[in-house]
Design a protein. Structure first.
Length: 129
């Protein structure tokens, strides 16, 4: 069914695509990039609010909006990593359960993906980044 791995093209496919698979190395690199983007955006938002002199409510509202903006791409990356482990996407619900989210996070970071193609796509190790 899946002969070769199709790499992502562009920002949207890299962070918002939920089909296909992503290996550990790509998952870690993209999550670190997402953390960096979040940190930089958070710094810029807080700095601009400091200059404007906004109140605490505005800071909390923008911080929540920024958190929601980064939640979607992080869940998409987690789903693709679960697909690499031949697990269904609904396992991502575990990220909202305390302590179970730590177990899932460690599993996503350290478990080796399925060797060869599985029901979610071709092996991402055979593809290029």
């Amino acid at each position: 069914m899946y002969d070769t791995y199709i790499p992502d093209k562009g920002f949207v496919e890299t962070f918002f695509r939920i089909s296909n698979r992503i290996n550990r190395k790509r998952y870690i690199k993209r999550m670190l990039a997402l953390i960096g983007i979040t940190f930089i955006l958070g710094f810029l938002v807080n700095f601009s609010l400091l200059i404007v002199g906004a109140d605490i409510l505005a800071e909390d509202t923008l911080a929540s909006a920024l958190g929601l903006l980064t939640l979607i791409p992080s869940l998409a990356l987690m789903i693709r990593r679960l697909h690499d482990l031949d697990r269904p996407a609904w396992w991502v619900i575990a990220t909202f359960v305390p302590f179970l989210n730590l177990v899932l996070g460690l599993y996503l970071l350290f478990a080796r993906g399925t060797y060869g193609p599985n029901q979610y796509g071709a092996d991402p190790i055979e593809g290029c980044d």
